[in-house]
Design a protein around this ligand. Sequence first.
Ligand SMILES: *Cc1c(COP(=O)(O)O)cnc(C)c1O
Length: 353
Amino acid sequence: MENFNKSFNLKKIDLRSDTVTLPTDEMREAMKNAEVGDDVYKEDPTVNRLEELAAKKLGKEAALFISSGTMGNLIAVLTHCQKGDEIILEADSHMYYYEVGGMSAVAGVIPRLIVGNKGVPNPQDIKKAFREENIHYPKTTLICLENTHNRAGGTVIPPKVTEEICQLAHQRNILVHLDGARIFNAAIALNIEPSDLVKSVDSVMFCLSKGLSAPVGSILIGSKEFIQKARKNRKMLGGGMRQAGILAAAGIIALEKMVERLKEDHQNARLLGIGLNALDGLKVDLETVQTNMVNFDLQEVGMDTAQFLPKLAKYNILGSPRPPAKVRLVTHYGISEENIFTTIEAIKEIVRN
Ligand SMILES: *Cc1c(COP(=O)(O)O)cnc(C)c1O
């Protein structure tokens, strides 16, 4: 390791998440100069501009600027559902796994879990989960999909699958919400317009603060009527922000300037995945390396996550734990191709020793 640190630069390589991206100089400039007003009165021209731009990009009527993806998903559930309703979602979905149980604690719904294949639910499994009317049953009102699927490794749901699920749902008067925190990664990976990925869903949330590098904020999108109700629910949760144009200004740059470059993150993830998979004993499911994430399994190396990550940190490289024996690495705007080679070399040394 002594030699290693001499031969590579010591700048931190932070692969924990794309949320660690810092605002670009252009964003900071736009934030400084942003025209602002009180957004609770809908008088912030920069927020209004961001919301119009976001709705247009996804081909829907209206959008709402929100403080986080978690809040956006919760507002969607609150807006679509009543207390006691059942919502269907993938067993490893972010909404179920990482959102502090908000759907139950705050919105009062119960989750019904469907196990997908690499994050993609089988429409037939969803169909089987639909219940006939019965006095004992909760009412199923919502299906939530996740594209790209975080815990599955950043995998993409193909538009045909989304369409089929929406069709089955709508026949039953069930609505579909898409947790599209990384919907632009999905669109770039599929080489299609993001609007083609969300055509039939009733609402979408996406994050400005991840790969798109804005400092704060997410967007909730849907019909005018949905967004009007969602705006009130945002207020109820304490999410009514005032001169939020300061933040929205960065969001506009994120949407206009930072989408196309996600390609580079995907190329870097691919490079990293292939490089790590070639190391003795390290297992990467390359089929899941479709966007900007790489998950690898340490089991065969005889190390667990808790042993591995501190060793990696000694090389100034950070990853996310997926215990007991997996690690997640995420590529983003702050990561260069050179960083990828450095990371592969470091991990090679760690697993060899
Ligand atoms: C990050 C993420 C969220 C939540 O976004 P926050 O802004 O961190 O609250 C929701 N869904 C998915 C799939 C995510 O990756």
